[in-house]
Design a protein around this ligand. Structure first.
Ligand code: BEZ
Ligand code: FE
Length: 297
């Protein structure tokens, strides 16, 4: 019978062996690999008992910071780049036929309020927040470029001061700067809003402390969150990033992909502004979303 007597040199192998009888093969694979990497890490840095204790305290405080509206563990995963890696591995940038797809990025913690259903062309800025008017247009297509009518386009964003409605519910009202749209017969969608600002992630907890202790900043570049779904197609959770925004090159959650950056073009044209029902001057951005076919499990 295999014994599990501890041996420093073979520690990973010994602990991994304790999972050999795991009935679920995937769970066995994950636990074996986790133990192997964890032991390699401890040996690599020669983790001291004091550091182990500090690590346990950090993880405990991370858990204690979590509640219905705050998920500090996801924030930790985000700031360590793990969320983006998981998203990227699960969502290829190209379809099996070699067509380009819209790349995915992190969902973030602010999708906690259901976006109100709105008519195409509606203004997300219900509270009349100050900011540069902006017209967002786009289309949802499948991998080969065929328009997708009836797709759901869920958008949410910060205001021009970098706050989401849930961070300022009294000033903005829940649902402000959010909207759920349905694409029309040719797969198009459009709405009016204001240009969002860059903003800091919630940094009053253990993750914020980790960022400060390591000399990192807590900022994300300006973006609009977009989540698109349609029957038979693979849902994508992504962002459109504002070209030229500060922190595009150093997003603290590593969420930026080149393919998601768009010019928010300045327009100074009274007639065009009137046609869209926005004040002049304003900005426009186009964001076409290409979805892969749903893979059958
Ligand atoms: C966000 O964009 O809403 C976000 C994403 C990850 C962490 C914090 C905020
Ligand atoms: Fe965001």
């Amino acid at each position: 019978m295999t014994t599990l007597l501890f041996d420093e040199d073979r520690s990973a192998e010994i602990v991994a062996a304790s999972f050999a009888g795991t009935p679920d093969p995937r769970l066995r694979e994950v636990m074996t690999s986790l133990v192997t990497h964890l032991h390699a890490f401890v040996k690599d840095v020669r983790l001291t008992p004091g550091e182990w204790e500090a690590g346990i305290r950090f993880l405990t405080e991370t858990g204690q910071m979590c509640d219905e509206t705050r998920q500090e563990f996801i924030l930790l995963s985000d700031t360590l780049g793990v969320s983006m890696l998981v998203e990227s591995l699960a969502n290829s940038a190209v379809s099996t036929q070699g067509d380009r797809l819209t790349e995915a990025t992190v969902e973030g913690p602010f999708h906690v309020v259901a976006s109100p259903s709105r008519e195409l062309g509606a203004d997300l800025n219900v509270a009349g927040e100050p900011g540069e008017p902006c017209v967002v247009t786009g289309r949802v297509v499948d991998a080969s470029g065929v328009p997708v009518p009836g797709a759901k386009v869920d958008v949410w964003q910060a205001n021009a001061a970098g706050f989401y409605d849930v961070q300022q519910p009294d000033e903005m009202g829940l649902g402000d700067l959010r909207g759920l749209f349905t694409t029309d017969a040719d797969g198009s969608y459009w709405f009016r809003t204001i240009v969002p600002a860059h903003y800091p992630i919630p940094a009053d907890g253990p993750v914020g402390r980790m960022l400060r202790q390591t000399g990192r900043h807590e900022w994300r570049p300006a973006h609009i969150h977009v989540e698109v779904s349609a029957p038979g197609l693979r849902r994508v959770t992504t962002h459109v990033f504002v070209a030229g925004s500060p922190y595009l090159e150093s997003d603290t959650v590593f969420g930026v992909k080149e393919s998601l950056i768009r010019d928010f073009v300045e327009v100074d044209d009274e007639a065009e502004a009137a046609a869209y029902g926005v004040a002049n001057p304003f900005r426009t951005v186009e964001f076409v979303v290409a979805l892969d076919a749903e893979t059958t499990p």
